[in-house]
Design a protein around this ligand. Structure first.
Ligand code: FES
Length: 149
């Protein structure tokens, strides 16, 4: 949450806790994949593992994020003060830059809320869910995203 007396809305936010980028490696993207075929989720994870991720961001495979019909899927989380976001409709070739850049934007927030004006369009249109931070003590509406209504 912003601290108006500290100018958080205008000053750069210092990264706080490390960020985890979780990718479902089991995702079939709602399609039939031969038993010995590579799943799109594994391909997405493998491609991201070849990329330089932003400082403070680590990549983790997970099974599974239960979003198969809108896969591939990836989640971002980090620390007790950030919202967790789950994004869908990710592709293993066309969304690598998006995920790397999006993870950096997410890392640079204290609460996980990437400002709407700088949030990637894919994130705006393909947010499957967001989950309150562990440390949340105020009503969820305190972190409402007014432009998403
Ligand atoms: S199998 Fe995990 S999101 Fe599809």
């Amino acid at each position: 949450m912003s601290q108006p007396d500290q100018g958080a809305d205008t000053a750069p936010v210092q990264p706080t806790d490390p960020v985890e980028l979780l990718v479902c490696v089991k995702c079939r993207r709602g399609t039939e994949i031969p038993e010995d075929g590579e799943r799109p989720g594994q391909a997405l994870f493998d491609a991201l593992a070849q990329r330089d991720l932003p400082d403070g961001v680590t990549l983790h495979p997970v099974e599974c994020l239960q979003n198969c019909d809108q896969g591939c899927s990836a989640a971002m989380r980090g620390g007790a003060d950030r919202w967790t976001y789950l994004y869908g409709n990710l592709h293993e070739t066309s969304h690598l830059d998006l995920l790397v850049e999006g993870a950096a934007l997410y890392r640079d927030t204290k609460d996980g809320l990437i400002p709407w004006r700088t949030r990637p369009d894919h994130f705006k249109r393909n947010c499957i869910a967001r989950i309150p931070p562990l440390a949340a003590t105020a009503p969820a509406s305190a972190a409402a995203e007014p432009n998403e209504a």
